[in-house]
Design a binder for this molecule. Structure first.
Ligand SMILES: [Zn+2]
Length: 201
């Protein structure tokens, strides 16, 4: 990874920048663009500039950034363009941008997983509800086995979960999601119990 600031500083002197932006330089001296003056107190030396009048000073990046009111990176980009330095300034995303992108991807992934779970659970709940409802519909309580009574007892809860998963708010659905193992086990118990019963009957 090259240091583009260092590169610009080494390849473009403050004097080069000053000349490029129309400042008349004679014997490494010029009228300072940063304060009003009649005699030249801006001096260029070793790639840098210094004004003995107002105290301004620095390298070509400082000079350009101050002259054109750019931030340092803006000045680097400007000099890169103006002096055709061809430095690779269009860097990839920063660490923070990469982290933000990863968080977005993860939250999309979480959302997908959640949706998958919601669809599966709705199927399971609906199956369990349908089976239990058949029992409730066609059998009187005295005819029911223990498994069937349990299934019927759970109907209101199943109905409530189905309703929340279909129409509830995300936080209501999340509450079921937190207890997903319990909900699944409950449905499975009802279904297994009723199916076993119907098989042996
Ligand atoms: Zn000055």
């Amino acid at each position: 990874m090259i240091d583009v600031f260092k590169e610009v500083r080494e390849r473009v002197s403050a004097e080069d920048a000053a000349r490029h932006y129309g400042i008349e330089v004679n014997h490494h001296k010029a009228l300072c663009p940063f304060h009003s003056e009649r005699t030249a107190s801006l001096s260029f030396k070793a790639g840098r500039y210094h004004c003995f009048g107002c105290g301004a000073g620095g390298d070509s990046i400082d000079f350009t950034s101050r002259l054109l009111s750019l931030d340092p990176l803006g000045a680097v980009k400007e000099l890169n363009r103006a002096f055709a330095l061809c430095l690779p300034l269009d860097k990839g995303p920063t660490g923070e941008e990469r982290r933000a992108a990863r968080r977005r991807r993860e939250s999309i992934e979480t959302r997908r997983e959640f949706e998958r779970w919601r669809a599966e659970t709705l199927d399971l709940l609906t199956d369990a509800y349908r089976e239990g409802y058949q029992v409730e519909l066609y059998k009187s309580i005295v005819e029911m086995t223990d498994t069937e009574i349990t299934a019927v007892t759970w109907l209101p809860a199943l109905d409530y979960w189905i309703d929340l998963l279909s129409n509830g708010s995300l936080s209501e659905q999340m509450e079921i999601f937190r207890d997903r193992e319990g909900v699944k086990k409950r449905c499975q118990m009802i279904l297994d119990g009723l199916r076993m019963k119907s098989e042996t009957a």
